[in-house]
Write a protein that binds this ligand. Structure first.
Ligand code: HEM
Ligand code: HEM
Length: 178
């Protein structure tokens, strides 16, 4: 029930994948919009909304990685080639690593404004700041953006891999997750 079947992901992993997917897409698109297009006077408010979602993603990703360690993943389709298995493992590990590190960098960044971002997890749980000091603001901003855009590139390659399975390999991999 909580774990996975031999040939398909269990409900908890499917739900977490779905919510995580939604959060990452919103964070990237909204993050880009708020820094490029949002009216100056509403920016700080937008940053706080973005940070609240980012904290939720951080929590979800930590839970997801824990779950992944607790329950065995379904076996890949038997006909998978060695390079496909290796690339899938590497790509999935990178997705987890960049979701975590991008959110942690954002969290660090939140404390380095002249007035720290007051964003709450789920809109009501206060989150302590892990970093302060305006002198490192620029550096963290740059790193956070770099990690976010690298994550976006990983998501695109993940989608290409999904299409490869769906249309070329025709191995019904999508049905394991959705
Ligand atoms: C922001 C978007 C997304 C992120 C961050 C993401 C992340 C991940 C991660 C980390 C895994 C690995 C699960 C594990 O082995 O622990 C995974 C698996 C999977 N994802 Fe995504 N995903 C995203 C979007 C999508 C979309 C849009 C699709 C389909 C159109 C998709 C299809 C799949 C499938 C089919 C698997 C399972 C592969 C298998 O059965 O081995 N993902 N995803
Ligand atoms: C994985 C989660 C996250 C993703 C994918 C993400 C994505 C983004 C993106 C795409 C931008 C625009 C970068 C650019 O200028 O090109 C951005 C900016 C920003 N993010 Fe995030 N973010 C995440 C988590 C967080 C968290 C947890 C916080 C704070 C607690 C945060 C705070 C900020 C702030 C303050 C900016 C504006 C930086 C600036 O002044 O230019 N982010 N984010």
């Amino acid at each position: 029930m909580l774990g996975n079947r031999l040939d398909a992901w269990g409900l908890p992993m499917r739900v977490m994948h779905g919510i995580g997917m939604g959060l990452v897409l919103i964070l990237i698109i909204h993050g880009w919009w708020m820094t490029e297009f949002a009216a100056r006077e509403s920016r700080f408010e937008q940053y706080a909304w973005h940070a609240s979602l980012g904290y939720a993603l951080l929590l979800l990703t930590a839970l997801r990685i824990t779950w992944r360690g607790l329950y065995k993943a379904p076996a890949l389709p038997a006909e998978s080639l060695k390079w496909e298995r290796n690339l899938a493992a590497l790509g999935h590990m990178a997705l987890y690593a960049f979701m975590l590190s991008c959110a942690i960098l954002g969290w660090a960044l939140a404390g380095t404004f002249s007035q720290p971002l007051d964003a709450k997890l789920f809109g009501f749980i206060p989150v302590p700041m892990i970093m302060s000091g305006e002198e490192i603001h620029g550096l963290l901003e740059e790193k956070h953006a770099f990690f976010a855009w690298t994550l976006a590139a990983l998501v695109v390659s993940h989608l290409v891999a999904t299409a490869y399975h769906q249309f070329y390999k025709k191995d019904k991999l999508l049905q394991r997750m959705f």
